[in-house]
Design a protein around this ligand. Structure first.
Ligand SMILES: *[C@@H]1O[C@H](CO)[C@@H](O)[C@H](O)[C@H]1NC(C)=O
Ligand SMILES: *[C@@H]1O[C@H](CO)[C@@H](O)[C@H](O)[C@H]1NC(C)=O
Ligand SMILES: *[C@@H]1O[C@H](CO)[C@@H](O)[C@H](O)[C@H]1NC(C)=O
Ligand SMILES: *[C@@H]1O[C@H](CO)[C@@H](O)[C@H](O)[C@H]1NC(C)=O
Ligand SMILES: *[C@@H]1O[C@H](CO)[C@@H](O)[C@H](O)[C@H]1NC(C)=O
Ligand SMILES: *[C@@H]1O[C@H](CO)[C@@H](O)[C@H](O)[C@H]1NC(C)=O
Length: 591
């Protein structure tokens, strides 16, 4: 029941308008209808570090409303909030969890914060926030993959389970994008697809196809990238990547990605444009930006990489799937740029065998941009990133630093899986300003390997890369680093990479030795290289700063590594052990 005077309703209208035009849409840019009838709708948003997520659930009822995250889409095991407005105007709101199909129990730790709870003629609107990772065993962590959202509501405020007003919908909360569709008469499609490809009877197969971009009568903007999976092949197509090729690539080509002679041609197209992984939806560019095609600054050839997962080894399967680039001639204000960061792909980048979580770092100090670009340092509005390692990669984090302090992340995935690479949206725009530093950290597991893993193009070689999607586009192509080779040889007491690799191949590595090697490499001066798309290059030196732990790891107490270091006599590892000791001594000497 509600009485509003003329002034009041004018005020309400004004606040309503302000919330639509301003703050509310700003901090909650995403929305989804949870049911077909439009009875329950959800709006949400999160901060750039993806630490806090804010929801607004609107439901056409004056009774209680419930919303939750469920492992299966069912009640059991789900993380739930229930709230509502009593007939006397008081409100209730609790963080709960479901055990079986009973009334969800109230959590011991209340981790959802109620921001507002209103009831009017159109229904009940509940706005609340929580941490992406609350660290409460009764809550679910919000992941970067699609999650099953559940909802339920009652006709009145007596919370009872038994009713039919409930449902579930799969939504990727942290991967949503704003959609802006251009007028129909301006659009076209560019297909990056395979054509009737006979999928081999192999559990894992990476198929590559180099595709020439057609000639466009002028510049176009790609605004949407749509995964098109051949009907019946949803089980086969695991992930798809599109890379831009350099000018050295001038013919179309098709074959296996990571073996045979063509591998080198395929691998030279290594600048990622977009990535899609199983469960992913359409990828939309921000409303004010598009990926430029059809100009002389744009790639002529692209490489499509299809990852097939034929786990049942089924015979005779044929596939015509891929990604469709939807473009428009209705040009947007900004071109999207892609900047490659991380570790320079080079054989001197070596990972020891038998490592549980070996970390490598690649630095980009934007202070060096002024050496290759004229004018004021560019401001990069970063909206998405794609993280890339090969098979040994287990985690990638991209730290953003200003004035020597880490101010956030430009991407992170602490459960990295080579077979689930995709473009990840930051949720809100992050500005990288002149003088900022970006540090890419990769974590590897080589416990199943007996010999050194070197940087390189093959899937059993490694990479540690982050591709940032930003606007407006600049001429920057890459900004990455490598431990300075002379300093590395000196610190480890080896003459170059092959000696280091030989030593690694022949010695026994345990946590202590791995940890010590990691710290030594990390403490070295880093050689940075910045390249423009026209080939102009500059180099500089830098160092690796401390990395903040991210919320997801803050919950668990990680065992400290490197306690009680000593070199025990291992048959062939002695040389390295001594070398490492020397490096440790020289390191201590400089402190
Ligand atoms: C999302 O919100 C916009 C603007 O309020 C609306 O036009 C659109 O229909 C909504 N979409 C869904 C799926 O509810
Ligand atoms: C309002 O109603 C609720 C639910 O019936 C009751 O628990 C609460 O005490 C009431 N509060 C007031 C101020 O009347
Ligand atoms: C190290 O081992 C790898 C894998 O067995 C081998 O390919 C490589 O040649 C070895 N390198 C050296 C320098 O021993
Ligand atoms: C590349 O672009 C930069 C910046 O615009 C310019 O200074 C440089 O001369 C160009 N180099 C070549 C080889 O065209
Ligand atoms: C980045 O460059 C600035 C200016 O040269 C320098 O002061 C700073 O130490 C550099 N940062 C790192 C991490 O190397
Ligand atoms: C690791 O190896 C070193 C010799 O390289 C040895 O001294 C140490 O005891 C080993 N540590 C563990 C935990 O096995």
């Amino acid at each position: 029941m509600m009485f509003v005077s003329g002034l009041c309703s004018a005020l309400l209208l004004y606040t309503g308008l302000a919330s639509v035009l301003g703050q509310d849409l700003g901090d909650m840019p995403f929305n989804e209808s949870l049911d077909l009838a439009g009875t329950v709708s959800l709006r949400w948003g999160f901060d750039s570090k993806q630490e806090t997520i804010t929801f607004q659930l609107a439901c056409k009822t004056s009774g209680w409303v419930g919303f939750g995250l469920s492992p299966s889409g069912e009640m059991d095991g789900s993380d739930i909030v229930i709230g509502g407005v009593n007939p006397n105007g008081t409100t209730y709101f609790t963080d709960r969890h479901a055990v079986g199909d009973q009334l969800p129990l109230v959590d011991g730790s209340q981790d959802y914060t109620l921001l507002s709870l209103k009831e009017d003629a159109t229904g009940t609107t509940m706005k609340f926030s929580r941490k992406v990772q609350t660290c409460d065993k009764d809550d679910m962590e919000i992941s970067t993959s699609a999650m099953k959202l559940i909802y339920a509501y009652g006709a009145d405020d007596s919370i009872a389970y038994h009713n039919n007003a409930r449902g579930t919908k799969s939504v990727n909360l942290l991967q949503s994008t704003q959609r802006s569709t251009p007028s129909q008469d301006t659009v076209g499609q560019l297909e990056m697809m395979v054509n009737s490809f006979a999928v081999p009877e192999r559990e894992t197969y990476y198929h590559c196809r180099i595709i020439k971009s057609p000639n466009f009568p002028g510049k176009r903007h790609v605004y949407r990238i749509e995964p098109k999976i051949q009907s019946g092949n949803v089980d086969l197509v695991h992930h798809m990547l599109v890379y831009a090729c350099p000018a050295s690539v001038s013919v179309e080509l098709e074959g296996e990605c990571y073996s045979g002679q063509s591998m080198y041609v395929f691998s030279s197209c290594q600048q990622v444009v977009i990535g899609w992984a199983v469960g992913g939806q359409d990828i939309w560019m921000p409303p004010n930006a598009g990926i430029s095609i059809g100009t002389s600054d744009d790639p002529v050839f692209y490489r499509l990489e299809m990852h097939y997962s034929n786990s049942k080894l089924s015979k005779g399967r044929v596939d015509s799937s891929g990604l469709v680039f939807h473009y428009t001639s209705e040009l947007r204000a900004n071109d999207v740029g892609m900047l490659e960061m991380g570790l320079i792909v080079d054989p001197s980048y070596v990972i020891p065998p038998n490592a549980k979580d070996f970390k490598t770092y690649g630095l980009c100090n934007t202070s060096t941009f002024s050496q290759v670009l004229s004018g004021d340092p560019p401001v990069l509005n970063v909206f998405a990133s794609l993280l890339h390692t090969h098979l040994a990669g287990r985690g990638v984090r991209v730290g953003h630093y200003r004035n020597g302090e880490q101010i956030g992340f430009l991407g992170k995935n602490e459960h990295y899986d080579f077979n689930l690479q995709e473009t990840m949206f930051l949720g809100s725009l992050v500005q990288v300003k002149g003088g900022d530093e970006i540090l890419v950290e990769c974590t590897y597991n080589t416990e199943s390997r007996k010999t050194a893993t070197q940087g390189g193009l093959g899937t059993t070689n490694e990479m540690c890369l982050a591709f940032l999607l930003y606007y407006p586009r600049t001429k920057l192509a890459s900004c990455w680093s490598l431990p300075e080779p002379t300093a590395m040889s000196a610190a480890l007491g080896v003459k170059g990479t092959s000696e280091l690799v030989a030593l690694m191949n022949s010695s026994v590595w345990n946590d202590t030795a791995v940890g010590r090697f990691e710290r030594t490499v990390r403490s070295l001066p880093q050689l940075m290289a910045v390249s423009l798309s026209n080939g102009t290059r500059t180099v500089g030196l830098g160092f690796i700063r401390e990395f903040k732990s991210s919320p997801a790891t803050a919950c668990t107490t990680l065992p400290l590594r490197g306690a009680g270091e000593s070199c025990a006599p291992v048959t062939a590892g002695l040389g390295l052990c001594i070398a490492l000791l020397t490096s440790l001594i020289s390191l201590t000497g400089t402190l």
